[in-house]
Design a binder for this molecule. Structure first.
Ligand SMILES: Cc1cc2nc3c(=O)[nH]c(=O)nc-3n(C[C@H](O)[C@H](O)[C@H](O)COP(=O)(O)O)c2cc1C
Length: 371
């Protein structure tokens, strides 16, 4: 960025305001656990714990006890993350596509999450599920203005409430499951941040809604952040870069797969939940894409819609993601954003935050604004 320092926007989400408008996106299973989320929050960003499938790591996890185990572990990890965060802002990512979504949302509120971030489907009932917790801010993830409009209209009509923030995550570049109907739509430029962020900011202005927009997908450095802020975003969300930090909860082998990846290793796959996803072409992914993946038993009904559970096709996403977290290169599904080949070292969260903030200064909130 140019020499003159630019002012960072203020990101206020409900009652919560981090020092810096940088959000570490939720990454499951256990890629953003308590260590990472706590460290980001402690460094002045928003740290996000991924709530998906945390009970998988407990002994005797099965179809009968999975929801209870997931909630139990989530509460434990929220406590750990809060201890590390030292008063920083902590979010929990809850995916609508999960069978135990409602229980995860309630557990997050009960355990003291500041913000619930919710995507992988439209979180149409989120205000109802968080009733009784007025301090918990609610942030849907969308990939289009249309989706944001549906959520806002529904929440206004049924709950007389608006989202406290909206994450726009572009499938063009983001990691994990992508908000696109199919693989061809993933690259649709209509779903780029350049198209959706300004359109959503305009839509919110036209409707007199003061809701901060957070841009996610493909954000690598301060230059990309500046680009997002110029489009009207009040914050940015990064996944891939935070996954590859020292505090990242995944195994060293997971992080090594990021260090080793080249552009040609990043592929798109159809996940068992029916959404496309971006991942590293690991041996497991290669077998799947070649039609050689073995039929797998379904151990727990984790997703509301799962082709592995219904038709015994594709693969078990819970097992594949846990394998990646543990560092099983042969059998893991290593989700990543499209800029993963740029990862060349494992930084500390503090170093990464400092690098991202280069060329920016905090807004002087003591001065009256010019407008
Ligand atoms: C390994 C990995 C796992 C992810 N898991 C989730 C998840 O569980 N829930 C979710 O809403 N987003 C998930 N995401 C998306 C991130 O939260 C974030 O929005 C996205 O990675 C931003 O794009 P970037 O990786 O290019 O920075 C995941 C991303 C990665 C890389």
């Amino acid at each position: 960025m140019d020499k003159k320092e630019k002012e960072l926007p203020v990101l206020r989400i409900g009652k919560h305001q981090p020092k810096y408008p940088i959000v570490q996106g939720g990454m499951g299973v256990m890629i953003s656990g308590p260590k990472l989320a706590g460290a980001v929050a402690a460094e002045g960003g928003i740290g996000t714990l991924a709530s998906v499938g945390l009970g998988v790591l407990t002994e005797g996890y099965n179809a009968r006890n999975f929801a209870e185990r997931n909630s139990m572990m989530l509460k434990k990890y929220i406590k750990q993350a809060k201890d590390i965060a030292m008063g920083g802002v902590l979010a929990v990512n809850c995916m609508c596509a999960l069978c135990d979504y409602e229980s995860l949302v309630r557990s997050s509120c009960e355990a003291g999450a500041d913000i619930i971030v919710s995507g992988a489907g439209l979180p149409l009932k989120l205000p109802e599920l968080t009733e009784g917790f007025p301090d918990v801010a609610l942030v849907p993830i969308v990939s289009s203005v249309k989706a944001a409009n549906i959520i806002i209209s529904r929440w206004k009509k049924h709950y007389d409430r608006c989202p406290d923030g909206i994450v726009v995550e572009t499938p063009n570049t983001a990691g994990g499951h992508l908000g696109a109907r199919d693989i061809p739509q993933v690259s649709d430029p209509a779903l780029s941040l350049r198209n959706v962020v300004p359109a959503l900011v305009d839509y919110l202005k036209e409707n007199l809604l003061d809701i901060p927009v957070i841009a996610a997908g493909g954000i690598w450095d301060s230059h990309d952040m500046d680009g997002a802020f110029s489009m009207g975003a009040k914050g940015v969300q990064l996944g891939t870069r935070f996954a590859a930090t020292e505090e990242g909860d995944a195994s060293d082998r997971f992080k090594q797969s990021y260090l080793d990846s080249r552009e040609e290793d990043v592929v798109l796959i159809n996940s068992p939940c029916g959404l496309p996803g971006r991942a590293i072409n690991s041996p497991m992914v290669k077998r799947y894409l070649a039609g050689l993946q073995e039929r797998m038993p379904c151990r727990t009904p984790c997703l509301t819609h799962c082709i592995c559970r219904i038709k015994h096709e594709t693969f078990c996403i819970a097992d594949a993601l846990v394998n990646a977290y543990r560092g099983d290169w042969e059998n893991g599904l290593f989700f990543c954003g499209s800029n993963v080949p740029k990862v060349s070292s494992i930084m500390k969260v503090k170093e990464l935050m400092n690098e991202l903030l280069e060329g920016f200064k905090l807004p002087d909130l003591t001065l009256p604004s010019a407008s």
